[in-house]
Each structure stands twice: as structure tokens, then as C-alpha cells.
Design a protein around this ligand. Structure first.
Ligand SMILES: C[S@@+](CC[C@H](N)C(=O)[O-])C[C@H]1O[C@@H](n2cnc3c(N)ncnc32)[C@H](O)[C@@H]1O
Length: 290
């Protein structure tokens, strides 16, 4: 009798796992085709938990898993939940800080010129895998420092996009734990935060509204923005993408740069830009030809 029970449980466990695995394969294919994201071949423990959570909350995948590549269509709520579960959003304020130093010391003076008049000049920056907002706000603080030091009013424009709606929501509300700010943000820039609940801090509204948070899949065929950018940050996402998607996205991003514009990839994302119209400046920073 005991052996029967053991065998029964084992078979039940195997069946459940095989169903889970089939579901996982569908999700894995969907992520690769639609977003270019490569999930592990094997269903590891972390992804099993994510999948079980998804099934518990949304009842699993029923119906087709497809997006409209051409329209960069925002998926329905269920798919948005799935995307949030399987994307890696690790980020930090002033992550890979030397790129922000470069942005302030080289990009801003180059784009704006030495004696810029803020009514006429503009600086358009896109944080293309913005996660929960730390990156676009670090760009904003860098811009503010520069304008402050040069006695000018703010004249920048920041677009922040991602496929993880939950992360974008955090960015939009701009509420962060004290721990995320201490040691990362200069004492001067801490004035941009105000006390929120439970010891959390929130970026002041007049600054938050300078960053436009939008859902956008970098792997889609056509981006909806009408105008180009002086600098694009697309950092620490390439390492999760297939080679085919990396090439497609780098091509798309390059087209969205003004002549002389700058592309920032993650510092560990080396040797990915092999294009004759993009010059490497070191530290995974590239400049488009004039
Ligand atoms: C590790 S985070 C990087 C955040 C930030 N750029 C940084 O370097 O700190 C990677 C982000 O890329 C986003 N992502 C993954 N695939 C994407 C795609 N196809 N289009 C847009 N965003 C994507 C994820 O949702 C995640 O928030």
C-alpha cells in the first residue's frame, strides 16, 4: 500500500511538472519572438515559482500568445502581468556612474554648445530600458546639475520606456526606499526628494513630470516616436537578448539618433556595436557620424 501511494504521488508530480514545462515552453517562445528575450532552456526553480504564481493569479495561458509587432501594441493586463514576472529589472541610481560623468562633461556641452540660450536649444534623451526609473532620474539629476552650474533653466526632455508596466509605474510615482538613495545620490541632489510614507522618499512632482514613462517594446518593427534623440541609454538589456534582436535594436536605435548623437550600452555589454556609422568612445559609449 505504501509503495502504491509513493508511486501515485510521483506520477502526479511528474504530470504536473510536464504540464508546467509545456506552459513554460510556450512562454519562452513568446518572449523570444516578441521581445527578443532569451529565457533559460530548463525550467529552473525561480521560473517554476513565477509560472505557478502566474497560473494562480491569472489561470495560466489560454488563447494565443501574440502581439502586433508593427503597432507596438500595449498587451492586455494578463500579458502585462506575465511580462512583469519574467523580466529582470535590477537597476540603481547612477549605476555605472562614469557614463553619467561622460554625459555631463562631454555630451551636454557638445549638444548644447558653450553659451546656449535655453529658449532655442534642446536636449532630447531616451532611457530605452528604464526599468523602475532610477536610470532616467539619474539622467535628469545630471542635467539639472549641469544647468544649475551654468546658470540656466532646465531645457531637457527625457523619455523612459520599458516593457514591464509594474516597473514603469514605480518610475512614474518616483517613490524609493531610503536605502536606494543613500550613498548613490549626492547630498545636493537629495533635495529633489521629499518624505513619503514608511520612511520612503518621493521625487518632487515638478521633476517627475519632466520624465515621460511609456510602454515600448524595443524589439518591435517600428517605434512610434516622431523625433530623434541626442542621446539614448539602452543599458543592461542586451545581455538578455538574442543576437538577432540585439542587431535589430541597435540598428533601430542608431536610426533614432541625430547625427553626432550618443548611444550608451551597459559597461559589460562590449563589442555589440559593429557599424561603420558608429564610433566607439570607450566604456560602451558610441557616437553616430555627423
Ligand atoms: C536589468 S534592467 C536595466 C535597467 C537600466 N537600464 C539599468 O541599466 O540599470 C533591464 C530592463 O530591460 C527591460 N526589457 C527587456 N526586454 C525589453 C524589450 N524588448 N523592450 C524594452 N525593454 C525591455 C526589462 O523589462 C528591464 O526593466
Amino acid at each position: 500500500m505504501v509503495w502504491f501511494l509513493v508511486a501515485y504521488r510521483k506520477i502526479k508530480y511528474m504530470l504536473k511538472n510536464s504540464e508546467l514545462f509545456q506552459e513554460y515552453v510556450r512562454i519562452k517562445d513568446f518572449f523570444k519572438i516578441e521581445f527578443g528575450l532569451v529565457l533559460p532552456e530548463k525550467l529552473n526553480q525561480a521560473n517554476t515559482k513565477r509560472l505557478e504564481k502566474f497560473i494562480e493569479v491569472s489561470g495560466g495561458l489560454n488563447g494565443s500568445l501574440k502581439l502586433s509587432q508593427h503597432k507596438n501594441q500595449v498587451p492586455d493586463e494578463k500579458l502585462l502581468g506575465l511580462i512583469s514576472l519574467f523580466t529582470v529589472n535590477h537597476t540603481a541610481f547612477f549605476r555605472e556612474n562614469k557614463q553619467f560623468e561622460f554625459f555631463k562633461e562631454k555630451v551636454m556641452p557638445n549638444v548644447l554648445g558653450p553659451n546656449f540660450e535655453h529658449e532655442k536649444s534642446e536636449l532630447r534623451v531616451w532611457s530605452a530600458a528604464a526599468a523602475s526609473g532610477e536610470e532616467p532620474y539619474s539622467i535628469l539629476f545630471t542635467m539639472l546639475d549641469y544647468f544649475h552650474e551654468n546658470g540656466c533653466k532646465y531645457t531637457g526632455d527625457i523619455l523612459a520606456t520599458d516593457i514591464d508596466i509594474k516597473a514603469l509605474n514605480i518610475g512614474y510615482h518616483g517613490v524609493y526606499r531610503q536605502k536606494k538613495i543613500e550613498g548613490k545620490i549626492s547630498a545636493l541632489n537629495q533635495r529633489y526628494f521629499q518624505k513619503h510614507t514608511n520612511g520612503n522618499l518621493q521625487i518632487a512632482w515638478d521633476l517627475r513630470r519632466k520624465v515621460l514613462f511609456r510602454w515600448l517594446n524595443l524589439n518591435c518593427d517600428q517605434y512610434p516616436m516622431k523625433r530623434k534623440f541626442h542621446a539614448i541609454f539602452c543599458r543592461n538589456v542586451m545581455l538578455y537578448l538574442s543576437q538577432e534582436s540585439r542587431e535589430k535594436i541597435i540598428k533601430n536605435l542608431t536610426e533614432y539618433l541625430y547625427p553626432g548623437g550618443y548611444l550608451f550600452l551597459g559597461i559589460s555589454e562590449t563589442n555589440l556595436v559593429q557599424r561603420s556609422d558608429m564610433r566607439s568612445l570607450g566604456d560602451s559609449i558610441y557616437q553616430k557620424d555627423y
